[in-house]
Design a protein around this ligand. Structure first.
Ligand SMILES: C[S@@+](CC[C@H](N)C(=O)[O-])C[C@H]1O[C@@H](n2cnc3c(N)ncnc32)[C@H](O)[C@@H]1O
Length: 318
């Protein structure tokens, strides 16, 4: 792996590629133009997820819901519609969407680990970070032929080479959180610190990171860094044309509990049964609505699919 002169460590290149002035998340179409998530883009799923989060807030007597990394604000908008008694806040790096209800506050952040200026002393809040940590850039490391962890560098064409040995807190993280036999990994220390920063701004409440991830015993042997463009997995490019993401090491995040989305939704919501066939002739519209809702419920809990998402929860100040 010979490096070209403009090769740099992945973390900085990734930050610019997503959040720089020409970055992917500055594009006018927004994230929803490229992929669907549990929060937006799956028919009938957004109200289900929204109600689950409202129920979680109620369970903890929290009257404010903050959607951190809100994207186009579809999730927080639905939460506000379903429960107008909640104070709703959305945080993202872009301008406030013009269509956003006036009742919803909009705070701007810098991207990646950079938080908004308002981020301090939040009280009585449920803070949701849905698919945020996977786009918090982190170093990428690879073992060389002597088994030494080295930083992976990338150049403007996306070609990789190996740089300096990993050291300090990042090496400590690799030693603690990555098993033998894994040859390449995203160094989760950066995500742990970003999550700690998010939690530090909450004086009283609950932080929930919802994301795809892995635990120690299942760390992927070659890491998970990947690009996405218009719904398709592609080689990550640095020119702002692709999303760049990597699964989250969920076990290294400071937390009280974590569980899979399929378990969490079953806990927070009543089971959604298929509508009876009799309804089809008496109330066909209600029958079709029931079918669609049941389909979304199944999708959100699907084994091997969205049901595998992790919900990492941390109570603050209580
Ligand atoms: C993968 S999208 C997820 C959007 C939405 N939460 C969803 O699940 O559909 C990641 C979002 O995180 C936002 N983001 C990244 N870093 C951020 C930060 N420091 N503060 C606020 N938003 C951030 C991006 O702008 C982008 O909208």
């Amino acid at each position: 792996m010979a490096g070209s002169p403009d090769s740099v460590p992945w973390r900085g290149a990734w930050q610019v590629a997503l959040y720089g002035s020409q970055g992917f998340y500055r594009r006018p179409e927004g994230p929803a133009g490229h992929f669907t998530t549990s929060a937006v883009g799956i028919p009938h799923a957004t109200p289900i997820l929204s109600q689950a989060l409202i129920n979680l807030a109620d369970r903890h007597q929290l009257n404010t819901i903050v959607d951190f990394a809100a994207g186009g604000s579809g999730l927080i908008g639905t939460i506000a519609e379903l429960d107008p008694s909640k104070r709703c806040v959305a945080v993202d790096i872009t301008e406030r969407p013009p269509s956003l209800s006036a009742d919803i506050e909009w705070w701007r952040a810098g991207g990646g680990a950079v938080l908004p200026t308002e981020w301090a002393g939040l009280h009585g809040c449920l803070v949701i970070a849905h698919e945020w940590l996977d786009v918090v850039p982190c170093p990428v490391a690879q073992r060389d032929e002597r088994d030494t962890w080295r930083l992976v560098l990338v150049d403007s064409d996306g070609a990789e080479s190996l740089g300096a040995p990993v050291s300090g807190a990042d090496l400590d993280w690799l030693s603690k959180w990555v098993p033998d036999g894994v040859t390449r990994a995203e160094v989760g220390n950066a995500r742990d610190q970003a999550w700690n920063g998010l939690c530090a701004g909450i004086s009283d409440g609950l932080a929930v990171a919802i994301d795809y991830g892995h635990e120690y015993a299942e760390r992927p042997v070659n890491g998970t860094l990947i690009g996405f463009r218009q719904g398709r997995a592609v080689t990550p490019l640095l020119d702002g044309s692709t999303d760049i993401t990597a699964h989250v090491a969920v076990d290294s995040l400071a937390q009280d509990t974590r569980a899979k989305q399929r378990e969490i939704l079953a806990d927070l919501l009543p089971a959604m049964a298929l509508p009876s066939h009799a309804l089809a002739s008496t109330q066909p519209a209600a029958y079709l609505q029931g079918l669609a809702t049941h389909g979304a419920w199944t999708t959100l809990r699907a084994p091997g699919g969205l049901g595998e998402f992790w919900w990492v929860q941390r109570a603050l100040g209580r």
